[in-house]
Design a protein around this ligand. Sequence first.
Ligand SMILES: Cc1cc2nc3c(=O)[nH]c(=O)nc-3n(C[C@H](O)[C@H](O)[C@H](O)COP(=O)(O)OP(=O)(O)OC[C@H]3O[C@@H](n4cnc5c(N)ncnc54)[C@H](O)[C@@H]3O)c2cc1C
Length: 481
Amino acid sequence: MVIDALRHIPSRGEILFRGDARLTPYNHDTMLTGDPDALVRPRDIQECREILAYCHAHRLPVTFCAGHTAMTGSSVAQSGLLLSIEHLTGIRDIGLHNGRPQATAAPGVFLGDFQRAVASEGFFYPPSPTSRNEAMLGATIATNATGDNTYKYGTTRRYVRAMRVIMADGTQRLLERPADQQISELKNTAGYFLLGTPIDHFIGSEGTLGLIVEVTVDLLPQPQPHFGLLIFCPSNDVALSIIGEAHRDAAVSPSALEYIDQAALQIMATHPTFPSPPAAAQAAVLCYQEYAEEMRDPFMEAWFALLERAAPEMHALLDATIVAEHPADEERLRTWRHHIPAHVNEIGHRLEGDDGGKVGSDWWVPIGQMPAMMAYMYHLSDAIHVPYLAFGHLGNGHPHVNYLARNAKERQMAIQAVDDCCRKAVALGGGVAGEHGLGKLKRDLLAIQHPTPVIDTMRALKQQYDPHWILGRGNILVPPE
Ligand SMILES: Cc1cc2nc3c(=O)[nH]c(=O)nc-3n(C[C@H](O)[C@H](O)[C@H](O)COP(=O)(O)OP(=O)(O)OC[C@H]3O[C@@H](n4cnc5c(N)ncnc54)[C@H](O)[C@@H]3O)c2cc1C
């Protein structure tokens, strides 16, 4: 019956049905494989409206997908229609609006292309997930993506000024942020953001409330010149204490403060262009420092003074610090950093053959709780004897801990470890998801963070926007029977 209804979808492009090999690349994101009945790739807003109105009338589930890099199964459809935004491309406008630098674009532009386009006009769009060359702009808003520079520049939410959305019934709405609205800086992607205006409901809604078809974002002037430092450390503990110190030390002002533990450094070192790390290097810190022209040398000195102070045993490793000052060097640093999650995902997929695989965490804590949380996490993770690594946005209290389970038993233990860490993070004032959202695979974590009345409010919000629960079925909330 679903297939019969899908055959009459008002799409002007070719509809691909289950069994068509061309559907295969659309069937999975980073973590989950799905089985949609059909795929459409609309080319304009009107087509999107007609498709959604038809699905609403026929109660057909619709899942939106963009670059398929989600870590939670959120862009995967278990059945029904998959709607790819890949043809909704184009940057319409980059410039000053009421004295404010802004850009308006379609959602299917790759984030990296968007950033390069605004840079060529002299502007800067900060949100920078390491996946920026594979992730699409609209999806980064639907996930409230963050990146290393969130430490200085905040989350995607800070920049979204307006968006055009197609509601579940095919109607169109323009959502605009009031000029004077305070914007939450919380790195929290566990369910709907309930405190703001409707535009905030959509940011991080993981394709469950409506289809984003156009966005207007605030831009910044081009950042000051900056250098990157990849600092090799003799132990995880030293790397952690450098991050704490850099956070407190007023003499430095990093825009990014990233942790790479011993196991993560080993993965980073497998990138073909990575130089052999010194033998004593057992962990690393990656940071970026912006500076006004005359401040380059003082900042460099302040960083090295901080490193010498942080641990006497650092001394032998200081000369090995990799300093990136030119765009090509910085691109290499970013490539190596991206290699960690990308390569871990590959290893995880190989382990799935033995019923193991990657089990990843996305919890976060306020930075002041970082030492307590990391001590808890390492103690717990060492005890289960499942290989794991920790890396990421420690400056924001938000590392990713990736367990590489070799079989089903280890997988269960890793899932339990992530659960336990999420409970601890919430007890310390943090949350269960800092940037990946919940999707289908992590939605059970919602109840660790939020009491039932809050989840009921989220369900009511979903019901209000999408009365038949056709959008992004299974993401964030369990649909009603
Ligand atoms: C190696 C690797 C590194 C990563 N690093 C980071 C990182 O540093 N920071 C970070 O935040 N994330 C990171 N991610 C996760 C992922 O890249 C982000 O969540 C990204 O925003 C998803 O973009 P996408 O285009 O791949 O979207 P998809 O995976 O296709 O979709 C993601 C979600 O957005 C919804 N969606 C897509 N388009 C629309 C639309 N137009 N309207 C409404 N909903 C829509 C989908 O339904 C789905 O729920 C990483 C992933 C990988 C694989």
